[in-house]
Structure formats: structure tokens, C-alpha cells
Ligand binder design. Structure first.
Ligand SMILES: C[S@@+](CC[C@H](N)C(=O)[O-])C[C@H]1O[C@@H](n2cnc3c(N)ncnc32)[C@H](O)[C@@H]1O
Length: 375
């Protein structure tokens, strides 16, 4: 997929590549966040304890079903924050081997360095706040974080070059601290460059694979980027894409790789769950954005107001933008969910709140993010 009118801005030339405007190729995340769509700053990359409910449920599955240990495959691990958050939550991490992989080279190199920045104004900045200003569960998360990480000095290589970081670092009161994984924990975790599509070929030494994380990345695999489309950006999607087949192929491999009772964990980003329909989507499974509750008048006063005006827009040939968004076709049930439910292979164990929040359009739904392989 290519966004024509709003290419991603990657500020440091050394990390610019031909991939930067091509979403069909995975994107290397050098930074914790980047500018998406117009001038909106959104944290879309990884951060510590993101969707911690799903991570806690993963921890429970490991401890309950794999008390003797095994391998955890942390897919789409980016810089490693997510996998390391999971490790820090586990009471007996020494029993497990954690293998983080990402298709992009740059974040894997950062992950191998094991040094992280925490700074003010980001979802994980509670980790550098004083305990007095924290409530639960943040106090506990901070305690677990400091069990696993130790403070360190600013490294001599760049950790974060995002505009979000740069803008914040110029503000009065900006604080930044650096942490590194404690030496005794480092050998349990390895990072390598790898693609979920090759998961069947990863060498896991015949140890049981207890969990596969692949959070907030399936939209790259499926080439489904609903948020830029809602924004009206020019999006080129490959012809004849059949997202169901792509989802089936990946999920089949994940299923084969996982031990019985193992977990597969998705993310809570809306692009992961609101999947664009394609020409092969079963017509029964297609819905329009205007069919979502959020589009309906009773969900918000603003929507009600806009919906009331729609006939007037129609009459005067305006409100085209509103109608265009309403006409966007998405899957009623995502191809990933269909692939997971096929033949009852996986059952959902945990749901996360997913918020599709683009300009005036806000839809909140719960989606299953933690799935367990049924024996
Ligand atoms: C938005 S980040 C998500 C990071 C982390 N999982 C999280 O949720 O915080 C998406 C990551 O997916 C990676 N990625 C995209 N396609 C992939 C694939 N086919 N296999 C492995 N990683 C992939 C990208 O390189 C990027 O680091």
C-alpha cells in the first residue's frame, strides 16, 4: 500500500529507505513514534506494558499450561519493549526462552543493544515518575520494570529520532532516563530478523512453543490500512489481494508451530481488527463503516448532528466526504478471526478495547486478542 499525499516522515537520513512510503513492505521503526496522516502525532510503535491485560493473560497461560517451560516467540517485536514487558511480568522467567523477531533490521539492532529511553509525555512515561504520583497498576508495573532493568547512561548511538520525541524534548520540564536490561536477564532473550510468514522454519530446538505474539502488525501482512483511508489519503492496494488466504496461510503456520494450549496474541490497534474487505470477501461478511454503531445517530451528539444534515448535504451535493467514509467496506468478521476460529482450532481467552479514532470518527469495540490453541 502506498500513501501518496502524506509520505511518512523519517527524520534521520540514515534510516530513510525506499520502503518509507510503501506499507506493503514492513517498516523499520527506528523511533518510538512517527507522524501519520497530516500533522497528527500518534504513538504507533511499541512501548512498555502496551495492552498489559493481554500480556498478563499470556503470562497466566505460560504459568498454568507450561510450568516446565518452553519457547516464547515474540513476533513483530520492534525494538523489544513488548517482549521485555512480558518477561518482566513472569514470576519464573528462567524457565522460558524468549525469541523476539521482527522483519525489519533496524529495530532488531536496537533490541540487541538492550538500552531504552523513557521520556515524558509518552504512554510508558509513568516508569520515570515518582511513586507518590502513581496509582495502581502503575506502581506495581514500575516495580516489575525496575526488577528487570537498571538505570544506565545515555548511549552514544541514537535510540529515538522520532518527531514526537524531538518536539517533546524541546519542552520545558522534559525528562528522559535510560535503562538497560540487567545482565543476568540478557541471555534468556534473543532477537533476530524474521518474518511471521516463515515461522514454520524458525529453529526452536523441538522445545514446546508456548506463545506466539504478533501484535499490531497483521495489517502489514494483510495490506489493510483503514485509518489513512478514512482520512482520505490516496492509498494504493495491490490488485486481487485475497486477505482471507493470506490470513489462513499465516495462522496455519502459527497453529502448527504452537504446542497444544499455546497462545497466539494479537494487538489492540484498530488496523488489526477493522480489516478492509477485498473482492474475494464473502458478500455476507461485508459491511460498510456506516453500519458501525459509531456512525449511527444515537452514538454521539456530533454524529447525530451530522446524520441529521445528511439529506441536506445530499440535496446540495455536498457532504461528499462524510458519505465517502460511510461507504468504506470492511469485513464484519476479520479474516484473522475467521482463520483462528476455523475448525475450532483456537478459542478466545482475552478481549481488549479497540478504538478506531480518526478525526471525528470514534468507534470503540472489544476484540479477542489472546487466543489459545485447542488441543
Ligand atoms: C506497530 S509495530 C508493533 C510493535 C509491537 N508488536 C507492539 O505492538 O507494540 C509493527 C511491527 O511489525 C513489524 N512487522 C511487519 N510485518 C511483519 C512480518 N511479516 N513479520 C514480522 N514482523 C513484521 C514491523 O517491522 C514493526 O516493527
Amino acid at each position: 500500500m502506498i500513501i501518496k499525499n502524506n509520505p511518512i516522515q523519517i527524520p534521520t537520513p540514515q534510516y530513510q529507505s525506499q520502503r518509507q512510503t510503501n506499507f506493503s513492505q514492513p517498516i523499520a521503526f527506528k523511533s518510538l513514534s512517527r507522524i501519520v496522516g497530516g500533522n497528527t502525532l500518534k504513538p504507533i510503535d511499541s512501548f512498555f506494558y502496551r495492552d498489559v491485560g493481554a500480556l498478563n493473560r499470556t503470562k497466566q497461560i505460560l504459568q498454568k499450561f507450561f510450568p516446565n517451560g518452553g519457547v516464547v516467540l515474540g513476533g513483530a517485536c520492534s525494538n523489544g519493549e513488548e517482549l521485555l514487558s512480558l518477561v518482566s511480568l513472569i514470576e519464573n522467567p528462567d524457565k522460558y526462552r524468549f525469541l523476539g523477531f521482527d522483519v525489519s533490521k533496524d529495530p532488531i539492532e536496537l533490541a540487541k543493544n538492550g538500552v531504552y529511553t523513557i521520556f515524558t509525555g509518552f504512554p510508558d512515561s509513568f516508569l520515570i515518575k515518582s511513586n507518590h504520583s502513581l496509582s495502581e497498576p502503575y506502581t506495581e508495573l514500575k516495580r516489575l520494570f525496575l526488577n528487570f532493568f537498571q538505570p544506565t547512561t545515555k548511549p552514544d548511538f541514537v535510540i529515538n529520532n522520532s518527531p514526537n520525541y524531538t518536539n517533546k524534548s524541546n519542552l520545558l520540564g522534559f525528562q528522559e532516563e535510560f535503562f538497560k536490561v540487567k545482565d543476568e536477564s540478557r541471555d534468556k532473550i534473543q532477537f533476530f530478523q524474521g518474518d511471521i510468514k516463515d515461522i514454520d522454519q524458525f529453529n526452536t530446538n523441538n522445545e514446546p512453543v508456548c506463545a506466539v505474539l504478533f501484535r499490531n502488525a497483521f495489517y502489514h501482512v494483510l495490506d489493510s490500512h483503514i485509518t489513512p483511508i478514512i482520512r482520505g489519503e490516496t492509498v494504493l492496494i495491490p490488485q486481487n489481494i485475497n486477505r482471507q488466504i493470506i490470513a489462513n496461510n499465516s495462522i496455519n503456520k502459527v497453529y502448527e508451530k504452537l504446542a497444544p494450549n499455546g497462545a497466539f496474541i494479537l494487538g489492540d490497534h484498530p488496523k488489526e481488527h477493522f480489516i478492509l474487505a477485498d473482492e474475494f470477501t464473502d458478500p455476507q461478511n461485508i459491511m460498510k463503516l456506516r453500519d458501525l454503531p459509531a456512525y449511527q445517530a444515537n452514538q454521539s451528539i456530533f454524529r447525530k448532528f451530522l446524520t441529521t444534515l445528511e439529506p441536506i448535504f445530499e440535496k446540495f451535493q455536498c457532504g461528499k466526504e462524510l458519505r465517502r467514509v460511510g461507504e468504506i467496506k470492511i469485513c464484519r468478521k476479520s479474516p484473522i478471526q475467521i482463520a483462528l476460529e476455523k475448525d475450532g482450532r483456537f478459542k478466545p481467552l482475552e478481549y481488549s478495547n479497540v478504538v478506531l479514532d480518526v478525526d471525528w470518527f470514534t468507534e470503540k469495540q472489544q476484540f479477542a486478542t489472546v487466543w489459545q490453541k485447542v488441543k
